[in-house]
Write a protein that binds this ligand. Sequence first.
Ligand SMILES: *Cc1c(COP(=O)(O)O)cnc(C)c1O
Length: 405
Amino acid sequence: MDTVRVPTLSEEPGAPVLENVIPLSVPDICGNEWKYVKECLDTGWVSSAGSFVERFEREVAAYLGVEHAVATVNGTAALHIALRVAGVKPDDEVLVSTLTFIAAVNAIQYCGAHPVFMDSERVSWNMDPLKVVEFLEKECTVKQGQLVNLATGRRIAAILPVHILGHPVNMDPILEAAERFQIPVIEDAAESLGASYNGKPVGTLGDVACLSFNGNKIITSGGGGMVVTRHAAWAKHARHLTTQAKADAVEYLHDEVGHNYRLVNILAALGVAQLERLPEFIRRKREIARRYEAALRGMEGLTLMPEAPWAWSTFWLYTVLLNPNVFSVSKEDVIQSMGRCGVQVRPIWHPIHRQPVYHHAQAYRIEVADDLHRRGVSLPCSGSLSEEAQDKVVRELRRLAERAT
Ligand SMILES: *Cc1c(COP(=O)(O)O)cnc(C)c1O
């Protein structure tokens, strides 16, 4: 039967391709995935011991040019471990971007710590470094050698910028302030593997960073994540914590509360195969972005995805802003109408300080993030997106804008 299935908002990016639907973003599994997974099955190395786990860690570390990498079951687990090795303790506070996927904020809560939400800036849509510096200078004080939030009396234990949608955060002012106040910086690079900031790879800028290999990310192992760091001791601690904190593997002595967070060999095999193709995937994402730019530039009421002067973006999820005063079709109407035509588009996340679970947390001078949320929609940008399909996306968007005027 030839029915068009209308994608719903609950549909996850990374789901298999539906017929007649132009999906938001689906993985490309056409490399050595079968070969490497078969090798695991043929040799019986399916679980958390096995050569692909180490190889995946080694190759990601080499790709980024960072000393240490520890593979985990997913990106959220990587964030949890990164926060722990960075010394985040119960009742601490962590400054975190509000406009992002919720994983990093949940990970802060897993540590018993509290998020303090930071705004986005216009030029990159990422964490506004000036507001971070302003918050640290004006809203905090040093007490007995510790940086303390004046409003809550709690210790500020870390800054956690998230590089969203493939675009790097403006890191230098954040790193400079972190150095001055002696607090670690944890990068959430889950969406931006392969992007760089002033020529330096995202994930190597702070003290520790997290990657994700979930199905919707630029490379996928089905599920998976990684902690990367230049601190040898932190990497050692991360490895310890992800494997149930066994102090003695023979006698089963445990010296901390650990986690069963180690990635398994079958999934690492997928990851190794995907990593081989990362440069090609990024090239495609950037090509798609250029085509959208050429087709949509100058369109009334539409703002294109930025690439800030410091940034080399992967354009992981191509996103535009609709100006409701000019575009005259609401974001919701655009999403629904395009969905009916078989074009899967998605709204940008609700800022986390507006989420029911985090409405009680402190949010510092948030303005831009709310505006981006009101206006942001992500367009289809799978590597496999054909020119015809991309032209259809553009056509539908233009048709909606014209019909409304
Ligand atoms: C996907 C994602 C994560 C979490 O990764 P999982 O592997 O799904 O746990 C964390 N942060 C951001 C910004 C993400 O997009």
